[in-house]
Write a protein that binds this ligand. Structure first.
Ligand code: C2E
Ligand code: CA
Ligand code: CA
Length: 748
C-alpha cells in the first residue's frame, strides 16, 4: 500500500524540539542570570559597605597614621638614646631603658645576626635569618630604619620596630607593641570597624590595606602587617577599579571583591571583602530550581496543549481526508495525491481507475437515502478487496470510487484489474434482504505527464471515458483516449444544435428526405419513408444514426420526433394538396417515444393539428422496443391501429421476435432488414431465409417491404418470392420534398 498520508508528526516534533531547546536554554539563562544578579548584588553591597565605612576608615587610617608617626618618633627618640649606650649593653640596662623610654622591647644583635641582649629574656639567642626584616636591615647600607607594624616572629604580638646600627656591625632593635597603642585609639580602630562590618554579613574575611598594599586591618588578625601580594589584583587596585572574582578555597567557593575607598576625593586604601559562596550557591540553586520548576510547569503545559492540538488535528485530519461512510480515503485526498503524482518526475506507470455505479441514483430514489448509504458501504467493502500494495481505493463522490494503481507494466494489467472489479459485482449485493445487481463501469485513465498538468484534466478525461462507456451498452470498462474526447466534443456540439433546432423549428439545419417505396405488382410509388437529415453549416452533414442516437441519450428524442412528425405531416399535406392521395408516408419512431404514456395522444394531436388522414401515416418501429415491455407497447400499437395508423415492423430479422410472437403483434407490415437483401446476391441460405420470411409474413396477413434494394437481381428474387414492396437505391435514393413529388408525378 502506498505510504498513507498521515498527519505529519514533524509539524509537532520540530516545534517540540525547538520548545525543548528554548526551555533548556531559558533554564540555563535563568540560572546564569540568577547568579549574575546575585554577584551584582554582592558587588553593590560591598560598594555600599565600603562607602558607608569610608569616612570611619579614613579617620581610622588617619589616626593610625598619626599613631604610626608618634610611634615612629618615639622609636627614633628611643633609638637615639639606646645608641648612646653603645658598648655597655646588657639585659638590665635594656630593661631600665625600656621602662624609661616607654618602649616594649630593646634588643641587641651582634654582627652575625644573633640576638645577644634583650629586656625580654626569652628572645635571647634567637638568630635573624635571610628574608627577615632584621637580616635585611643588617645587610643594608642604612643606619636606621623604622619598620611597619608587623608581627613579631617569636612572640606573635604586633610591634612597630625601629632598627639602629651600632659599632662592630651590631644593631639595636627597639619595638613598641602596636596593639597597646591601638587600644588608646579605640574609636579609630580599623580592626574594630572591620569587626563591626562583619557583623550581620556573610563575610568570611574583611581586610583593609593602605595605598602601599600594607594590610593594616583584618578580621583575620594574622594578616595585619603583611603585604598584599596578589599580582592579578594589584594592577586593578592601582587603576582604582572595583575588582571581583570567584574562586575555590579549601573546597569552598568564595567571592572576593576589592573596593577602593575614598575620603574627600582622596583614595585612602582598598577594602577587600571575602564572602563564602556556600550559602549564596544554595540560594542561587534554590532560585534556579524554583525557576526551573516554573519553566517545567510551563513546559508541561505547552506539551499538553500541543498534544491536544495534535489529537484534535488528527481528528480533523481524518475528517478531512477520509470518507465517513465507507472509511475510505476521500476526494480531497485523491486530489492531493493526483497533484503530487503529477509533480513527480519518475517513470513508473500509474493510472486512475474511476469506478462508476450506474443507476445508483435510482436506488436512492426507490429505496431512500439510508438504504442507498448501506449499498454504498457494501459496495465499498467489496471494492476494498482489490486493494494491495500498489492499489489504493478512494471514494470520490456519491457512487463513484477511484482505484489508484501504480507500478504496473502493461495496460493489459489495468484491463484485468477492471475485469476483476466488474467481476466482483456479477453476484448481487444483498442489503436489508433486498438483492441488488449493480452495474459497474470502470474508466481507466493512465497518468501521462505530457497530457496532464492539473488534476481537473484527469477528472475530465475520466468523465469522458465514463460517458463513452455509458453510450456503449456493451462496454463495462474502457481506457481514455483522445478520440473519445473528440467524440464527446462533437456530441456536445450536435446536442446544442438539436436543442436549437427544436427551439426554432429550423428547416435548414433539420429537414426530411423521402425515400419512395414501390409496389412490385403495380410498379407504382405507394409510400415514402421520411428520413431525417441534419446539416449544420460549420459542421456538415450528421448521419441520422448519430444524431438520433444522441437525441435518445440526451432525452431530446421526444421533442425532436415531434418536429419530424410535424414535417412528415406537412409533406403528406403537400402531397394531398397536389392531388396525390394514395401515397402513404412512413415515419421512424424511436423506442423511447413508444414507452411514454402520452405517446398516442401526442401523435393524435399532431395529426389533428396538421389536418391529415391518419390512415396515410405509417409508423416504423423496431423489434427491440418489445424487449422491455411487450404488453404495454403491443397495447399501444393496437390503439394506434384502431386510429387507422399503419404500423411497420422495421429491420425485421435483426431482432429477437419470432414468428409465433409476430402473430400477436398489432403490426400491418413487415420490413425485411437490408442485411437480408444484401445477402440475396451473396449467400445461398439467405436467399432461402428471405423467401421464407416473405411467405411466413404473408401467412400472418402482413404486407412485406424489402429495404436496401440496390441490384436488379435482388429485385428479381424479391419479386419471384412475392415481396409486396421494395425500397432502395435501385429505385431511388431518399429525395427532397420537391423531387419526391416530381417522382410521384412521373411514375404514378
Ligand atoms: P432505417 O429506418 O432502416 O432507414 C433506412 C436507412 O437505409 C436510411 O438511412 C436510408 O437512407 C438507407 N437506405 C435506403 N436505401 C438504401 C439502399 O439501397 N442501400 C443502403 N445501403 N441504404 C439504403 P439513413 O437515412 O441514414 O437512416 C438511418 C437510420 O436512422 C434509419 O434506419 C432509422 O433507424 C434512423 N432514422 C432516420 N430518420 C429517422 C427519424 O426521423 N426518426 C427516427 N426515430 N429514426 C430515424
Ligand atoms: Ca425505417
Ligand atoms: Ca430499416
Amino acid at each position: 500500500m502506498e505510504k498513507m498520508k498521515k498527519l505529519d508528526i514533524k509539524i509537532f516534533i520540530i516545534p517540540l524540539l525547538l520548545i525543548t531547546i528554548i526551555f533548556i536554554a531559558t533554564g540555563r539563562m535563568v540560572f546564569d542570570s540568577v547568579r549574575e544578579h546575585y554577584y551584582h548584588y554582592l558587588n553593590q553591597e560591598s560598594v555600599k559597605l565600603a562607602q558607608g565605612y569610608s569616612h570611619s576608615l579614613a579617620k581610622a587610617s588617619e589616626a593610625r597614621e598619626v599613631v604610626n608617626q608618634l610611634l615612629e618618633e618615639r622609636l627614633i627618640v628611643a633609638g637615639d638614646a639606646v645608641v648612646l649606650y653603645d658598648g655597655q649593653y646588657n639585659n638590665e640596662l635594656f630593661a631600665r631603658l625600656a621602662n624609661i623610654l616607654k618602649v616594649d622591647e630593646i634588643d641587641y644583635y651582634e654582627a652575625g645576626g644573633k640576638l645577644i641582649y634583650s629586656n625580654l629574656e626569652e628572645l635571647i639567642g634567637w638568630e635573624a635569618y635571610e628574608g627577615h626584616p632584621v637580616y635585611d636591615f643588617m645587610k643594608s647600607n642604612e643606619l636606621s630604619r623604622i619598620d611597619h607594624i608587623r608581627r613579631d616572629s617569636i612572640t606573635g604580638n604586633y610591634y612597630k620596630y625601629g632598627y639602629f646600627k651600632v659599632s662592630n656591625g651590631g644593631l639595636v632593635q627597639i619595638g613598641v607593641r602596636a596593639d597597646k597603642v591601638y587600644s588608646f585609639l579605640d574609636r579609630f580602630n580599623i580592626q574594630q570597624l572591620l569587626d563591626e562590618m562583619k557583623v550581620g554579613e556573610e563575610i568570611s574575611l574583611i581586610y583593609f590595606m593602605d595605598n602601599d598594599f600594607n594590610i593594616i586591618g583584618s578580621s583575620d588578625t594574622h594578616m595585619i602587617g603583611e603585604k598584599f601580594k596578589n599580582e592579578k589584583v594589584i594592577p586593578a587596585i592601582l587603576n582604582n577599579e572595583v575588582y571581583s572574582f570567584v574562586t575555590e578555597q579549601n573546597g569552598k567557593m568564595i567571592y572576593e571583591i576589592f573596593q577602593p575607598v575614598y575620603f574627600e576625593g582622596k583614595k585612602i586604601g582598598t577594602i577587600a571583602i571575602v564572602k563564602s559562596l556556600n550559602n549564596a550557591e544554595t540560594i542561587i540553586k534554590q532560585l534556579s530550581v524554583l525557576g526551573v520548576v516554573i519553566l517545567t510547569v510551563i513546559y508541561c503545559l505547552v506539551l499538553f496543549i500541543m498534544f491536544s492540538i495534535y489529537k484534535v488535528s488528527g481528528r480533523l485530519f481524518h475528517l478531512a481526508y477520509y470518507d465517513s461512510l465507507t472509511g475510505l480515503l476521500n476526494k480531497h485526498y485523491l486530489r492531493e495525491l493526483i497533484n503530487e503524482e503529477l509533480k513527480k518526475k519518475e517513470d513508473s506507470k500509474k493510472a486512475f481507475l474511476f469506478i462508476n455505479c450506474r443507476h445508483f441514483k435510482l436506488i436512492n430514489l426507490v429505496y431512500g437515502y439510508d438504504y442507498g448509504d448501506e449499498i454504498l458501504k457494501a459496495l465499498g467493502e467489496r471494492l476494498k478487496t482489490v486493494q494491495d500494495n500498489n492499489r489504493i481505493l478512494f471514494r470520490y463522490s456519491a457512487d463513484r470510487f477511484v482505484l489508484f494503481v501504480k507500478n504496473y507494466k502493461k495496460p493489459e494489467e489495468l484491463i484485468s484489474i477492471s475485469k476483476e472489479i466488474t467481476g466482483l459485482f456479477n453476484n448481487s449485493l444483498v442489503v436489508q434482504d433486498i438483492e441488488q445487481l449493480l452495474d459497474i463501469q470502470v474508466a481507466m485513465v493512465e497518468m501521462d505527464r505530457y497530457r496532464y498538468k492539473d488534476i481537473d484534466r484527469v477528472l475530465k478525461d475520466a468523465s469522458i471515458t465514463l460517458s463513452y462507456i455509458k453510450s456503449n451498452d456493451s462496454k463495462k470498462y474502457a481506457f481514455f483516449n483522445e478520440a473519445m474526447e473528440k467524440k464527446l466534443q462533437r456530441e456536445d456540439l450536435i446536442e446544442k444544435e438539436i436543442r436549437s433546432i427544436i427551439l426554432n423549428e429550423d428547416d435548414k439545419k433539420m429537414y426530411l428526405e423521402f425515400q419512395p417505396q414501390f409496389d412490385l405488382r403495380s410498379n407504382k410509388i405507394v409510400a415514402f419513408e421520411a428520413l431525417a437529415r441534419m446539416n449544420i453549416p460549420t459542421f456538415g452533414f450528421v448521419s441520422s444514426l448519430e444524431f438520433i442516437n444522441l437525441a435518445e441519450r440526451k432525452q431530446l428524442i421526444v421533442p425532436l420526433s415531434n418536429l419530424i412528425l410535424k414535417k412528415a405531416c406537412d409533406f403528406l399535406k403537400d402531397l394531398t394538396d397536389k392531388g396525390i392521395d394514395s401515397v402513404k408516408v412512413a415515419v421512424n419512431i424511436s423506442g423511447i417515444q413508444l414507452l411514454r404514456d402520452d405517446f398516442i395522444s401526442n401523435i393524435m394531436e399532431i395529426i389533428k393539428e396538421r389536418g391529415i388522414d391518419p390512415s396515410r401515416l405509417e409508423l416504423e418501429i423496431t423489434e427491440s422496443v418489445f424487449f422491455d415491455s411487450y404488453e404495454v407497447i403491443n397495447e399501444r400499437l393496437k390503439r394506434l391501429k384502431e386510429n387507422k395508423i399503419g404500423i411497420v415492423l422495421d429491420d425485421f430479422g435483426t431482432g429477437y421476435s419470432s414468428f409465433s410472437r409476430l402473430r400477436e403483434l398489432h403490426v400491418d407490415c413487415l420490413k425485411i432488414d437490408k442485411n437480408f437483401v444484401v445477402g440475396i446476391s451473396q449467400k445461398e441460405e439467405d436467399e432461402i431465409i428471405t423467401g421464407d420470411i416473405i411467405s411466413m409474413a404473408h401467412k400472418l396477413g402482413l404486407l412485406v417491404v424489402a429495404e436496401g434494394v440496390e441490384q436488379e437481381e435482388q429485385k428479381t428474387y424479391l419479386m419471384k418470392h412475392g415481396c409486396d414492396i421494395i425500397q432502395g437505391y435501385y429505385y431511388s435514393k431518399p429525395l427532397s420534398k420537391e423531387e419526391a413529388i416530381k417522382l410521384v408525378f412521373s411514375k404514378n
